[in-house]
Design a protein around this ligand. Structure first.
Ligand code: GAL
Length: 692
């Protein structure tokens, strides 16, 4: 007993001593620190000194090692070789480059795959992955997990107290994929057993009376075949949850292993892809903060105008910033494209200036760290033709490399201008808006769309896009967040809800908050069941209306909603509303058998308001105009930035970037001092000014 108490005390003490000191790691006056990936194992060791010297000379402050080097770190089971890495770390230190150390788990060595082929992931068709690429091992494999932790333990012992190492990145771009590996099957059953305790409880939640789905034992349950028609929706929902949890716990296991060995001088992070509905981002408890990776030009985003594909989607970095920032005490960007990539459908050159503009854009969102993949362009391997900071000769900076250099020089200038007392314009802060987001809604709606015209993320973006045009700071929040910080909260298509959240929303509005709820909200409970009541009945008191029915027209016969004197086309989801007394109608349906009935309504509730938008428009203009009307009514002043122009503020600086195909004349206060760029922000241009 006493032993248990002592160990609890020890754990508590170690948690306390390891409390991270953010100001120490990322001093505010440093603003941001910039680094670059270097893979010493890819190059002749006689070139390391030259390369790291050149990296430092360009202005980079840190590098990033050993991301894919498991085979070099543990060439044979249990035989570790850190000598080469020690040498690289000491050369980096010679040039004052700090190091992020990586766990290299996404590239298990061949000896492991051959000794335990069970570690390899399996797809829905029963095909096993094989050695030869990366990310082919199953996060559910007990062998893969235990071998990973053994290797990490050695690595962390070796570098955990080394002051040249600033922190750790676990894995690489951890993600979820549906894995049918044997261990995954077993762990899914165990996970279900833990969740439901009894098979009867599972049967109730999964609605297995339907179609004779009933189970009598957990051992009968398999991972659902998601592509099999009609597969049980709850089985699929739970499997999504399980998969997200496998990713989150694998990262936690790694981070916890590292934390056993390291001093409080080092932090632990990972580099997520902004996979918004993955469900695992921000769910690992052991990471000190999170970072994301971002690629902008790879043949899919068309951007704005004919050549916009060379700049990418203007919302891409914006949204990643606004999604990651609220989830973490601070955040960074671990990979930002330095030039052409090799893996897109078409891999064009980014526009001159685009790389620097992306760098400024992620800075504008508040990030503390930015890094790029990679320093040297690879000569061999799958990523041939991928650009680096220098080209294939290993020494000549690429255009993107020079843009990184320019960014770092400009950041140096800003550091000199930084004032601790600097403030942010009150008008900007006053329009701070939250988007309430839960990946479970996306899973739920995407499994059960009702119309193939529906696009869950597209619906959210119809609200996000105008907010950025308003120049509003936006946070993606979850239902645990303190709502009171936000004058306006939008919950787009928040399908799965519970009474507690409805109460929290009601309290928020009564206390003066302004809530915007949109179609599909509240149709189901958290397990995705419809209520035994009228559609979405639990939200009726909140929205001050009933939902009579919903309609999903055929796209060739689309109709419109009239708001003011303007008509807005729609063809996806429309809810025909029946407002209570005291609820005003902003928009009505046109053109069909329910013409004249309300589609958009608003009401006062206590000191605040609730607006309900029962419709999803084709192009987002209705959503934009509803928000305009609401902010005007609330007397919140908004900007009217053209598409592609973003303006944000941090640390006493204003930052404008321009993804559009024309110049933008910046409207800034007369006493603002421009430090970078000019009042006219050209395509791919950046302007930074200092606030008085
Ligand atoms: C990223 C990945 C990097 C590298 C890069 C190439 O998604 O994290 O390791 O493969 O793509 O663009």
């Amino acid at each position: 007993m006493r032993k248990i108490q002592l160990s609890v005390l020890f754990i508590l003490l170690s948690v306390i001593t390891i409390a991270r000191d953010w100001e120490n790691y990322f001093p505010e006056k440093q603003l941001i620190t910039t680094g670059v990936y270097y893979y010493p194992e890819h190059w002749d060791s006689t070139q390391w000194d030259r390369d790291l010297k050149n990296i430092a000379a360009m202005g980079f402050e840190f590098t990033h090692f050993a991301e894919f080097a498991w085979a070099q770190l543990e060439p044979e089971e249990g035989k570790y070789d850190f000598e080469w890495l020690d040498k690289a770390v000491s050369i980096a230190a010679k040039y004052k480059l700090k190091v992020i150390m990586c766990t290299s788990t996404c590239t298990p060595p061949v000896w492991l795959s051959r000794k335990h082929p069970e570690i390899l992931s399996m797809n829905e068709n029963g095909q096993r992955m094989d050695h030869g690429s990366r990310q082919h091992a199953s996060f559910s494999s007990s062998y893969y997990r235990s071998y990973s932790l053994k290797m990490i333990e050695q690595l962390a012992r070796h570098y955990g107290n080394d002051l040249r190492i600033i922190g750790w990145q676990v894995d690489n771009e951890p993600r979820t994929f549906f894995d049918y590996n044997q261990d995954a099957q077993q762990r899914f059953r165990d996970w279900l057993k833990k969740k439901y305790q009894t098979i009867e409880a599972l049967n109730v939640t999964w609605g297995t009376l339907f179609w004779s789905n009933t189970y009598s034992d957990f051992s009968q349950i398999n991972i659902p075949l998601h592509s099999q028609w009609g597969m049980n929706l709850n089985q699929r929902l739970d499997h999504n949850r399980f998969t997200a949890s496998e990713t989150a716990t694998f990262l936690d296991d790694q981070a916890a292993e590292i934390k056993k060995q390291i001093s409080a001088n080092q932090w632990v992070t990972t580099n997520y892809i902004p996979n918004y509905d993955g469900g695992y981002i921000g769910k690992s408890q052991q990471l000190d903060f999170i970072t994301y990776t971002r690629y902008m030009v790879f043949g899919s985003s068309m951007g704005i105008g004919r050549k916009g594909y060379r700049l990418g989607d203007p919302l891409s970095i914006a949204m990643a910033n606004d999604f990651f920032r609220p989830k973490s005490p601070l955040y960074g960007v671990m990979e930002l494209q330095p030039g052409q990539v090799n893996w897109g459908s078409i891999n064009p050159q980014p526009a001159p200036g685009a790389v620097r503009m992306w760098l400024w854009h992620q800075f504008a969102g508040g990030s503390s760290l930015v890094c790029t993949y990679r320093y040297r362009a690879p000569l061999v391997g799958y990523e041939q033709y991928h650009y680096g900071i220098v080209g294939p000769d290993g020494v000549t900076p690429t255009p993107g490399g020079l843009e990184y250099q320019k960014f770092m020089q400009e950041i140096d200038l800003l550091r000199k201008e930084y004032l601790q007392t600097a403030t942010i314009p009150p008008a900007y802060l006053a329009r701070k808006t939250a988007i309430l987001f839960n990946n479970e809604n996306i899973w739920g709606m995407d499994m059960n769309k009702q119309t193939n015209q529906w696009n869950s993320m597209g619906h959210i973006i119809k609200y996000y896009k105008p907010l950025k045009a308003f120049g509003a700071p936006v946070d993606f929040i979850d239902d645990q967040t303190d709502f009171s910080k936000y004058p306006v909260i939008i919950a787009p298509a928040y399908q799965q809800i519970d009474k507690e959240l409805i109460r929290k929303m009601t309290n928020y509005a009564e206390a003066g908050g302004n809530l915007v709820l949109t179609c599909r909200t509240g149709h189901k409970d958290r397990e995705g069941h419809l209520w035994e009541a009228k559609f979405a009945a639990p939200i009726y008191d909140l929205i001050g209306a009933e939902i009579e029915f919903y309609d999903l027209p055929m796209p060739h016969a689309q109709d419109s909603v009239l708001m003011g004197s303007k008509k807005y086309a729609w063809k996806t989801w429309g809810e025909i509303l029946k407002p209570n007394q005291g609820t005003s109608v902003w928009g009505t349906f046109q053109g069909d058998f329910y013409a004249g009935k309300p589609a958009v309504i608003t009401r006062k509730l206590g000191k605040g308001s609730v607006t309900y938008v029962g419709i999803d428009s084709n192009d987002g203009l209705l959503e934009r105009d509803i928000l305009k009307k609401l902010y005007a009514q609330l007397e919140i002043s908004v900007d009217n930035l053209p598409e592609g122009v973003t303006v944000e503020y941090r640390n006493g600086f204003g930052i404008a970037v321009n993804y559009s195909d024309r110049n933008y004349n910046l409207d800034i206060p007369v006493d603002a001092r421009i430090l970078v760029g000019s009042k006219v922000v050209s395509t791919a241009g950046v302007t930074v000014w200092k606030l008085k």
